[in-house]
Structures are given as C-alpha cells and as structure tokens.
Design a protein around this ligand. Structure first.
Ligand code: MN
Length: 148
C-alpha cells in the first residue's frame, strides 16, 4: 500500500521552513563577505551577495530580500547612498537595513540612521554578533515576524 501525498497544508509548512529567510549581503571586502555568508548560512538564512552599492540596489530590487546587511564604505555607490535609494523606492522601502561600519563614530551612526538603517554593527563584527543582530532585526520586522 502506498501512502498518499502529504496534505497540502503540511507540504506548505515544510516549504516555508525550508525557504527560510533571504539576506542580501552588500560588502566590498571579500573576507567579510565569506565570514558573514558562512555564519548566516549556518543559521539557516539564504545569502545573496553584492560587492558594491549599485549592485546592492539592483539585487535588492530584483530579489526583495528579507533583510540587507550594508557596508557603508564601498565603491561605485557607498552604503549610505544605496540605503537612501532603497528607502526612497516604495518597492524596497520596508526592507530592514543593518549598516556595517568600520568607523563607529557618533556622526557615522547618525548618518546611517538618517539614511534609513534600522541598526548598525561596527567592524570587525564577530560573526556570532552579526547572526544575533540579524535575528533581532528580523524578529522586529513585520515582513518576517512569522519566521522569527
Ligand atoms: Mn567597505
């Protein structure tokens, strides 16, 4: 006797669990890209990557990730400008953005907040801290609260 396919509701729940959360990592430093990709993947997130601000904006519009980690100092378009562009676009405005900054001076943090970042991590950021902060921000986000 063969068992019937799982009921639709059960299948859908399993898909939701597998799907997880998509994080866009925008960072021009290859070492940071690799370290953060590994820790975020380990925590069950799907990670997509961009190496400059312009590519970050394009990928955010194309993939509509659940959260963006945005380095502030990058070529082509820096992280502040990329954040302003995403916040000005109704399609991407609701995506929470965490700033990654090597200069955690008060004025930098204020600039990140003014651009629309919801939180920041000062570099070098311990991978465990990055994963914790991503989890905290996802839990606050109306877009992802169900998966938090
Ligand atoms: Mn950088």
């Amino acid at each position: 006797m063969t068992s019937a396919a799982a009921p639709a509701a059960v299948r859908q729940e399993a898909q939701t669990e597998r799907g997880g959360t998509m994080i866009l990592l925008v960072e021009d430093n290859a070492d940071n890209q690799e370290i953060y990709r590994i820790i975020l993947s380990h925590h069950g997130h799907t990670v997509i990557q961009a190496w400059d601000g312009a590519a970050g904006v394009r990928m955010a519009r194309e993939h509509l990730p659940d959260l963006i980690l945005m380095d502030l100092t990058m070529p082509v378009i820096d992280g502040l400008e990329a954040t302003r562009m995403l916040k000005a676009d109704p399609v991407t405005a609701a995506i929470p953005i965490i700033a990654l900054t090597a200069h955690a001076m008060q004025e930098d943090l204020e600039a990140a907040e003014a651009a629309g970042c919801v939180a920041y991590l000062s570099k070098p950021a311990e991978p465990r801290r990055v994963a914790e902060e991503v989890g905290r921000v996802l839990a606050m986000s109306p877009r992802t609260r169900r998966t938090a």
